[in-house]
Ligand binder design. Structure first.
Ligand code: DX5
Ligand code: ZN
Length: 222
């Protein structure tokens, strides 16, 4: 299985985001960029808005995945799409009309993702009805809001259960992403049970060589 590594900018140096992205935008580096958007309401932290994505878009060719940890993503989605996001990841609890939100993104050719918090059941994805509208399901292996948290161990079973469910429903087009506490110890645990996209903030950016950290993460999963 081809494992994709998605560095999260949450652990990058916000005073030089462009440079920190260029460090990982190299051959065998990042497969995509994970942009953590937090509004200080849905999660107890506040990060960036669409204007930052728009600026970063000018200097990066990476696939931008915007993870909207916000109370009302429907209000912000258009701005993040206009700013240059290639995939928008929302939390199902924050969308009053999830089918409408996902359909609107697909109609614009934007990829969609559903992020499930540790306590959010897989059922909230309504896979039987929304499966064709979902590109990625992100299993949050930490409670959202902060970098460098401890991986929640039951996430491995949750990923395995999701993989079985996707196979049962013949939704093999949906990729499983894991977000939170991914490092050289936890990465193989999740890829072994079906995860193919690994978000890594601390394990990539809190190192002397982010590019090398990505290569090592990918190698340990192969
Ligand atoms: C947490 C974010 C994650 C986080 C991952 O709310 O959604 O993307 O940045 O960071 P690490 O890899 O440091 O756990
Ligand atoms: Zn994230």
């Amino acid at each position: 299985m081809n494992i994709q590594i998605a560095p999260s900018i949450l652990s990058a140096d916000f005073s030089k985001l462009g440079e920190d992205i260029q460090k990982v935008e190299q051959l065998n580096g990042a497969d995509l960029l994970h942009i953590d958007v937090m509004d200080g309401h849905y999660v107890p932290n506040l990060t960036i808005g669409p204007c930052v994505v728009k600026s970063l878009r000018k200097s990066s060719k990476l696939f931008f995945e915007s993870h909207l940890m916000v109370t009302n993503p429907d209000e912000l989605i258009d701005d993040f799409v206009k700013a240059g996001s290639d995939r928008i990841v929302v939390h199902p609890e924050t969308c009053l009309h999830l089918h409408r939100t996902l359909s609107k993104l697909k109609d614009q050719g934007i990829q969609t993702g559903l992020a499930l918090n540790p306590s959010t059941p897989i059922e909230l994805c309504s896979l039987e009805y929304l499966g064709e509208l979902i590109d990625v399901i992100t299993i949050m292996s930490v409670n959202p809001g902060f970098p460098a948290q401890k991986f929640i161990n039951f996430s491995v079973n949750k990923i395995a259960t999701l993989k079985v469910r996707l196979n049962e429903l013949k939704l093999s087009h949906i990729q499983i992403e894991v977000d939170g506490g991914i490092n050289k110890e936890t990465a193989p645990l999740v890829t072994k049970v079906g995860a193919s996209i690994l978000v890594a903030g601390n394990a990539v950016y809190n190192t002397d060589n982010p590019l090398q950290a990505i290569k090592e993460l990918r190698a340990i999963c192969d």
